[in-house]
Design a protein around this ligand. Structure first.
Ligand SMILES: *Cc1c(COP(=O)(O)O)cnc(C)c1O
Length: 380
């Protein structure tokens, strides 16, 4: 039996952290930006020279995330966007990335201009249509296939094993944005993914007080080396205090995610088919078009994210949102407090999101309080 134990033990004990010198059960914050050499010029610790590449606090969280994902290595970044863009920056001019039409809004916007500026070919596939993904990937030489599952904000679930097979059949690599699924519900590397990406701002930290990103790799390959260089040289590292906070947040991740999943399932079931509701989008519902894939590749729950479409179009939906008293009207997701957002309003005119849709990030509150809040908002 390993000391670190199963997932819950690993997280709760922060990798069985114990300071042998002082007996402290919580790791200290080590803010030193530089690491000294002895009289002979040898480093005290040969792995540490300068904090842009060697952060003790970041490494503690990286080791645990890597273990959760079953990877070969993990790197934390200053944000999810810093991590995702670093990964795309490992592509060379003339290479090709294939990404979903429905994906994290800011990353999609960045991809469009970056790929244009740097001559990386960008093609989009429909994540609801397996055949479309196959034909787009096969239509030209492709190096990177990007999958986001479940995908913002309609929660399409993509079959990771099939996507990995497809990518590998054409010599491409698969990246999975697993932010919504968390490192606990889905194991993309086990399913064949080459890289797993997380906005650690969300469930990994879980308290809406740290912005961070993570990439975990299945192998320390050429692209991984490039990614490490991008981080070390461009400097998009996670700060010491943020790394420390992240590790602290991670210690309760399993409990938070479990409760968020339970609450989301209850809310989804409660509002499906109710008067005033057009549709509830949640991968845990049997009515969800990708429910079977979700059952196959998510275990322990279907996540804490769901969307509800309301009757009465954009205006009525905005009013429903305005009447909510317990849900906080804010962007982001994965925190302990529940949030609601009108995505079409936030994304603006070119948004592909239906304008009668509210996106809910379900937290860990009492679920009856949350149901009651949506109900009173619906009644008006
Ligand atoms: C938030 C988010 C990102 C971007 O991460 P930041 O930490 O905000 O930079 C990327 N993908 C998904 C699915 C997200 O929810």
């Amino acid at each position: 039996m390993g000391k670190a134990g199963k997932v819950e033990t690993l997280l709760a004990q922060a990798g069985h952290y114990l300071d042998r010198e002082t007996g402290s059960v919580v790791p200290p914050i080590q803010p030193s930006t530089t690491f000294a050499r002895d009289e002979q010029g040898n480093l005290y610790d040969e792995n540490r020279i300068y904090a842009r590449d060697h952060s003790i606090n970041a490494e503690m969280a990286e080791v645990i995330l890597n273990e959760l994902e079953g990877g070969a290595s993990c790197k934390l970044f200053a944000s999810g966007m810093a991590a995702a863009t670093a990964l795309v920056q490992t592509l060379r001019p003339g290479e090709r990335i294939v990404a979903p039409k429905i994906m994290y809004w800011s990353l999609r916007a960045w991809l469009i201009t970056y790929c244009e500026d740097w001559n990386v070919e960008l093609a989009f596939y429909d994540p609801c249509d397996e055949e479309d993904m196959i034909s787009v990937v096969k239509s030209a030489s492709t190096q990177m296939l990007w999958v986001e599952t479940p995908a913002n904000p309609t929660w399409e679930v993509v079959d990771i094993a099939k996507a990995a097979e497809l990518a590998h059949s054409v010599g491409a690599q698969l990246v999975v944005d697993s932010t919504v699924s968390t490192p606990l519900l889905t194991k993309p590397i086990e399913l064949g993914a080459d890289y797993v990406f997380h906005s650690a701002t969300k469930y990994i930290n879980g308290h809406s007080d740290v912005v961070a990103g993570a990439v975990i790799t299945a192998k320390e390959d050429m692209r991984w080396e490039r990614l490490c260089k991008v981080r070390a040289q461009q400097g998009g590292i996670l700060g010491t205090f943020e790394s420390w906070l992240l590790l602290r947040g991670m210690r309760t991740m399993h409990i938070r995610v479990e409760r968020a999943c339970e609450n989301a399932m209850r809310i989804a079931q409660h509002f499906e088919g109710l008067a005033g509701v057009v549709e509830v989008l949640y991968p845990g519902l049997t009515s969800h078009p990708n429910h079977e894939i979700a059952v196959k590749q998510m275990s322990g729950g279907f996540g804490g994210m769901l969307s509800i479409r309301f009757v009465g179009g954009r205006n009525n939906t905005a009013k429903v949102m305005g009447r909510m008293k317990r849900f906080v009207r804010a962007t982001s997701l994965g925190g302990v407090e529940s949030l609601v957002e009108h995505r079409a309003l936030v994304e603006g005119e070119n948004s592909p999101v239906p304008d009668d849709l509210l996106r809910f990030s379900i937290g860990i509150e009492n679920v009856d309080d949350l149901i009651e809040d949506i109900e009173q908002a619906l009644r008006g």
